[in-house]
Design a protein around this ligand. Structure first.
Ligand code: TMP
Length: 204
């Protein structure tokens, strides 16, 4: 099973990724957890270029190619082999991030985005995706409490993140069976329980 987590920055998805990993491990499943961009040596190198605030001049076409390049490496080097070996693969972000951030956020057509997905991931689509939804205001509040300095993409403003969030809603409307919206303002435990229920009810 291949499960991905999505959401705007500071949505709390990474906490849920770890809790779901623990859930599968306790059930005796073999699980591998990856993050995007990253997850392999080459992809982690690409991540540094993408997130560095030294690279503010990066154009959106360069950005989308790099995200897709990082993902192509991860899919081929790790995700496909692990799925073939029977692992549950959980990814903290995947191709929907590109559709939401570069497609809706940076304004690149869905047709172009989908062409790149076809090249980068071919048929390696997630079985289930959780979109952990919080609004921009809530995300900013959490980032202030976090005190971690923002990367190049996290530094974008409210209009950008509202477009990204809308982009996620649009993906949910197109693929409601795969992409489940969970309310990120609920407690960590409530969200986890909701996610586990959906996973347990999932039928291939
Ligand atoms: P992270 O903070 O969840 O590790 O993600 C890194 C940043 O990269 C985050 O701001 C979202 C962004 N991103 C994209 O813009 N497009 C993508 O395809 C991916 C995977 C991430």
């Amino acid at each position: 099973m291949f499960i991905t987590f999505e959401g705007i920055d500071a949505s709390g998805k990474s906490t849920q990724v770890k809790l779901l990993e623990k859930y599968f491990l306790e059930k005796g499943e073999r699980v591998i957890l990856v993050r995007e961009p990253g997850g392999t040596k080459v992809s982690e190198e690409i991540r540094k270029i993408l997130l560095s605030k030294e690279n503010l001049e990066m154009i959106k076409e360069c950005e989308i190619f790099l995200f897709c390049a990082s993902r192509a490496q991860l899919v081929n080097e790790l995700i496909i082999p692990k799925l073939k070996q029977g692992f549950v693969v959980i990814s903290d972000r995947f191709h929907d991030s590109t559709t939401a951030y570069q497609g809706a956020g940076r304004v690149i057509s869905l047709e172009d985005v989908n062409t790149l997905h076809k090249i980068a991931i071919k048929n390696c689509l997630p079985d289930l995706t959780f979109f952990v939804d919080v609004d921009y205001e809530e995300a900013v509040k959490r980032q202030i409490n976090d005190k971690k300095s923002k990367d190049r993409i996290e530094s974008m403003g409210e209009k950008f993140f509202n477009r990204v969030r809308e982009g996620y809603y649009a993906i949910n409307r197109r693929e409601p069976d795969r992409v489940k919206i969970v309310d990120g303002t609920k407690s960590v435990n409530e969200i986890h329980k909701e996610i586990v229920t959906i996973v347990e009810n999932y039928k291939k």
